[in-house]
Design a protein around this ligand. Structure first.
Ligand code: NAD
Length: 479
């Protein structure tokens, strides 16, 4: 990381942080030093933001698709021009290293998703066109969108929420997680260099701010990404304002390695499917079922990689794993691994904190000989600890993988992709990957089933989800 990026990050921070002595101090996830002060906005300021977004919406809508797309491309250019500074701030605040599938990767995704939003069309759909009737389905802006995000991929997920919303002519009030507000506010500030006033407004606060935004009578649509528990509260609040909801909630993704698979060929992809962003990823693999015939080889291969991958301060270019983002998440991971140990599971590598690296570092951990009832298998660990579970009957493996109440992603692994493909749809999940886990594409819809939420993001489906429909029905060809 160059001094130039650090200086540029400091300049971005100065644009958005609260004045000295005000706001809430935000720590560097790795060193715990204070990075800056997040503004804490009052209810009156939130209400004012929503009123301004409401007032700006008709003008933004009236610009039309072509002009909005141009402006979104300009916003993507602005992100690219500030990518190193934003990656620096993100790395410090969130903890993810600059390199690997982490901070620079996240900034690249922000730009790529926004460019795809700009380029994607949602045409009028002709429903009936005959002698007597011409009926069309038209997609229109929903109005004002409330975007509420988590702390794990704070910039990328914010873009997932706001890009399609802006593209369709909505205005947006975005509330970042209280753990990662600075990098998100900096991202919005950079975008606002090119967007018209009040089209995209950031509001920083805590959980109460999120609750107020979701339940506000003047919010038409809520894009929410976070825990299932919070998602349920947002569903309750939508009874009041009837806001449409897209809920991307928690997961506990399973992977199944079928018999006959070459462990060495898949080990690296298995590892990153689970440990991307140091395991703090919604659709990371959180339970791995491996057939008895290759179980030991897969466990050993994973443990070898886990022990060797560099972990440490994200600003050091060689690191690709970082700390847990916050103390609460660190405590969850420690508790689940200790519980597994107490139940007699085998800690193959890791299984302990790494205090020499910093307060919130936990070593990449592989846990073997663990059963389905263990809390590490049943609960979402959201950190660098993967349970590897043995099975001998393929049907039983699918039944065990599906025996949870969430269903975000899943994966099936085999040296014969056709065998894997044939089995894949047995997984109860919004996405199932074959011989990989967690890869996303801006044109391929993403969303969960069961308690992982509802609604789709990305591509044409993502544009539909931030729209309302109108049927236009008139005389047919006979006139
Ligand atoms: P969280 O639910 O604690 O917080 C998410 C956001 O909701 C924060 O901005 C928070 O301030 C806000 N919030 C809290 N209470 C609220 C309320 N009553 N009303 C409205 N907003 C409220 O989640 P988190 O800990 O930040 O994120 C981790 C969770 O998110 C994990 O379960 C993970 O699996 C999930 N996640 C899901 C996806 C996905 O795409 N499905 C992506 C990333 C993370």
């Amino acid at each position: 990381m160059s001094d130039t990026a650090a200086t540029a990050a400091a300049a971005l921070l100065d644009r958005i942080q609260a004045p000295e002595g005000r706001g809430r101090e935000i720590p560097d996830a790795a060193t715990r030093e204070v990075i800056g002060r997040a503004p804490v906005q009052s209810v009156a300021e939130l209400d004012d933001a929503i009123a301004r977004a409401r007032a700006a919406q008709p003008g933004w809508d009236a610009l039309g698709h072509a002009r909005r797309s141009e402006l979104l491309l300009a916003a993507a250019d602005a992100i690219d021009a500030n990518a190193e500074a934003l990656a620096h701030l993100l790395s410090r605040e969130q903890g993810k290293p600059l390199n690997g599938p982490n901070a620079r990767f996240e900034l690249g995704a922000c730009s790529a998703w926004l460019r795809t939003n700009a380029a994607t069309e949602l045409p009028v759909q002709v429903l009936v066109d005959d002698e007597t009737l011409h009926a069309e389905l038209v997609y229109k802006a929903a109005g004002v969108v409330g975007a509420i995000g988590p702390w794990n991929w704070p910039l990328m997920i914010t873009i997932w929420q706001i890009g399609p919303a802006l593209r369709m002519g909505n205005t947006v009030v975005a509330k970042p997680s209280e753990y990662t507000p600075l990098s998100v506010l900096a991202l919005l500030s950079v975008m606002n260099d090119v967007l018209p006033a009040d089209v995209l407004i950031g509001v920083s606060g805590d959980r109460a701010t999120g609750a107020r935004l979701a339940s506000h009578p003047d919010i038409d649509k809520v894009m929410f990404t976070g825990s299932t528990a919070t998602g349920r509260k947002i569903i309750e609040s939508s009874a009041g304002n009837l806001a449409r909801l897209t809920l991307e909630l928690g997961g506990n993704d399973a992977g199944i390695v079928l018999p006959g698979t070459d462990p060495q060929a898949i080990a690296e992809d298995l590892f990153w499917g689970a440990f991307i962003n140091t395991g703090q990823t919604c659709a990371a693999m959180k339970r791995l079922y491996v057939h008895d015939s290759i179980y030991d080889e897969v466990v050993d291969a994973l443990a070898g990689i886990a022990a060797a991958v560099p972990m440490g301060n994200g600003l050091d270019e060689e690191n690709v794993l970082g700390p847990l983002q916050n103390r609460a998440q660190f405590d969850i991971v420690s508790r689940l691994v200790e519980d597994a140990r107490a139940r007699g599971a085998r800690i193959v590598t890791g299984g302990e904190a790494a205090p020499e690296l910093g307060e919130l570092f936990y070593r990449a951990t592989i846990v073997a000989d663990i059963d389905d009832d263990a809390a590490l298998v049943q609960e979402e660990q959201f950190g660098p600890a993967l349970p590897v579970i043995r099975y001998s009957d393929v049907d039983e493996a699918f039944a065990r993988a599906n025996a949870v109440d969430v269903g975000l992603g899943a994966s099936v692994w085999s040296s014969d992709p056709e065998t894997a493909r044939a089995a894949a749809t047995r997984m109860q999940s919004g996405t199932v990957w074959i011989n990989s886990h967690g890869g996303l594409h801006p044109m391929v819809p993403f969303g969960g089933v069961k308690s992982s939420g509802y609604g789709l993001e990305f591509g044409v489906e993502g544009l539909k989800s931030v729209s309302v429909t109108q049927v236009v029905s008139g005389p047919g060809r006979k006139g």
